[in-house]
Ligand binder design. Structure first.
Ligand code: F6P
Length: 549
């Protein structure tokens, strides 16, 4: 029993039924599943918005899917979903609502937190962002010396960096190519150095993004950025024209010296990793323009509505969440690869790492007890075809089961022309070939038939049976990006709901932060830090010696 009287997840009849079903399926082969059902390649597909989702290449049958849906029903995934959309405080350890879906709600929607409709506030901020973005883009907003802003540097970390930085890369073809937009996150001074070394301070706008405005990396980099600006412009008053803040913390923003008139607000019911469609997206909006930003929000909303209303059988985030549970909890898969076949999605998986691993990297359930089942997977991956020449060997012939998502697009971005456009078919030929090879492999008989010497047959045999989901969209647009992100947000939600964990807190990142503050004086001043373990003490001493202190 859970502390609240509910049956523990792994003792529910639905869980037990899945475990039994897994045993019965044994090492069922995808070749067999496809041979048994000639319609599988089209039957095991769903559509949401512009996304065509093929889940036929999974180690599942109709029974598996039914049993997984029964688990979702028993764990009341849809009940928690409805509570989230209603603005209930489902982030129980922080006593907060979880309302990133309100960030893309239409103007006339009503979503209440503590009896107050938050939607008008959302749109007021979006309008303020649009007005500011247009002024920067048109040159109406100038720097302290009257020069036009040509460079935008976003300073933030985690959710205040990964989302806008990822989306900027994804939507590069939609950006104003005359603007230089960079993202600084690392407290390693090299990051800021490389971002600004070739920029003219008089033409540079810093967007300081921090939900709390207390994050040490961001405050440190923002302070250094202000120093860099003032060294060149020599006048405190320049800060007002070259610094804006994106935050929930007006007090800290003012303390830092940024006029709160230049602050774009968001709210404690937006988690950092769910925030790039809030004010945190300002640098992105400046880059792509308000219309494209709004189109992206529309894309989010398409998937929100689908997740909120589609029945379990055709609910794509539910399906993807449950497939992850099938592998993580019933096949001992430890990781999940996301492999986009688009160069523009080069930062997409890194973004998903925070979304997924900070959300579901938990060993304590909502009732405060340790869970007795696996929770979030290690999420990893880089764009194809590069990965094919690096780590795909392990996916194909290694000893680990690695479920993977393949994301591809039918058309290349409109900006490509001539031969570069033609290369798209080769890219996509690889995309389709990989999931085919992963699923069906190559038998020893097929290898022998090619005349391969017997001693090499085992080496050239591909067992196959590696599960993949294929997500295919017509083209990479702002809306499609919004759809993809919302899809993963809700997939992560589904898994957290089934695992009975709070997907919206992140206490696990706190200890390292506290210890870093404690250790710093030992590095800089050689201060005696109480309670340092022997290993860290020796490392600090060696560091100081090597550093010449
Ligand atoms: O340390 C983790 C974290 O709190 C993330 O959840 C968050 O996205 C990031 O730090 C940045 O926080 P902030 O936006 O408050 O600077």
């Amino acid at each position: 029993m859970n502390a609240d009287g509910r049956t523990r997840l792994n003792q529910t009849p639905e869980w037990t039924a899945l475990a039994k079903h897994r045993e019965e399926l044994g090492d069922v082969q995808m070749r067999e599943l496809f041979a048994a059902d000639s319609g599988r390649g089209t039957a095991y597909t769903l559509r949401v918005g512009d996304l065509y989702v093929d889940y036929s290449k999974h180690l599942v049958t109709d029974d598996t899917l039914r049993l997984l849906r029964e688990l979702a029903a028993a764990t009341d995934v849809f009940g928690l979903r409805d509570a989230m959309f209603r603005g209930e405080k489902i982030n129980s350890t922080e006593n907060r609502a979880v309302l990133h879906t309100a960030l893309r709600a239409p103007r006339d929607a009503v979503v209440e937190v503590d009896g107050e409709n938050v939607v008008p506030g959302v749109h007021a901020v979006l309008d303020k962002m649009a007005d500011f973005a247009e002024r920067v883009r048109s040159g109406a907003w100038t720097g302290h010396t009257g020069e036009r802003i040509r460079n935008v540097v976003n300073v933030g970390i985690g959710g205040s960096d990964l989302g806008p930085a990822m989306a900027y890369e994804v939507l590069r073809a939609f950006t104003d190519r005359d603007l230089t937009v960079r993202f600084v996150s690392n407290v390693d001074g090299a990051d800021l150095h490389e971002a600004v070394r070739d920029l003219d301070p008089a033409q540079t706008l810093f967007v300081i993004a921090s939900k709390t405005f207390t994050t040490i990396e961001t405050v440190t980099n923002a302070t250094s950025a202000r120093g860099w600006l003032l060294d060149a412009l020599g006048d405190e008053a320049a800060v007002a024209k070259h610094f804006v803040a994106l935050s929930t913390n007006a007090e800290k923003v003012a303390e830092f010296g940024i006029d709160t008139a230049n602050m774009f607000e968001f709210w404690d019911w937006v988690g950092g990793r769910y925030s790039y469609d809030s004010a945190i997206g300002l640098a992105l909006m400046i880059a792509i323009g308000p219309d494209n930003f709004r189109e992206m929000l529309d894309g989010f909303r398409i998937v929100d509505e689908h997740f909120r209303t589609a029945p379990a059988e055709s609910n794509v985030p539910l399906l993807l969440g449950l497939l992850g549970i099938w592998y993580g909890n019933f096949h001992d898969a430890q990781s999940h690869a996301v492999l986009p076949y688009s160069h523009y999605l080069s930062k997409f998986t890194a973004y998903l790492q925070q979304l997924d691993m900070e959300s579901n990297g938990k060993y304590v359930g909502r009732d405060g007890r340790e869970v007795e089942w696996q929770t979030g997977p290690v999420v990893w991956g880089t764009p194809g075809t590069n990965g094919q020449h690096a780590y795909y060997q392990l996916i194909h012939q290694g000893t680990k089961l690695i479920p993977a998502d393949f994301i591809g697009f039918a058309r290349p971005v409109a900006e490509l022309s001539g031969e570069l456009k033609a290369q798209h078919d080769l890219l996509m030929a690889n995309f389709f070939a990989q999931t085919q090879a992963l699923a069906f492999g190559k038998t020893p008989e097929e290898v022998r038939a090619e005349g391969v010497p017997e001693e090499l047959v085992p080496h050239k045999t591909f067992k196959g049976n590696h599960p993949t989901t294929t997500i295919l969209a017509p083209e990479l647009t702002p809306s499609v990006l919004g759809q993809l992100v919302a899809l993963y947000e809700h997939k992560v939600f589904v898994q957290g709901a089934v695992w009975d964990i709070d997907s919206f807190d992140q206490w696990g990142v706190e200890l390292g932060k506290v210890l870093a503050r404690r250790v710093e004086p030992a590095l800089t001043e050689g201060a005696e830090v109480e309670g340092l373990d022997a290993s860290t003490r020796a490392l600090v001493a060696t560091y100081r010696e090597l550093r010449g202190r």
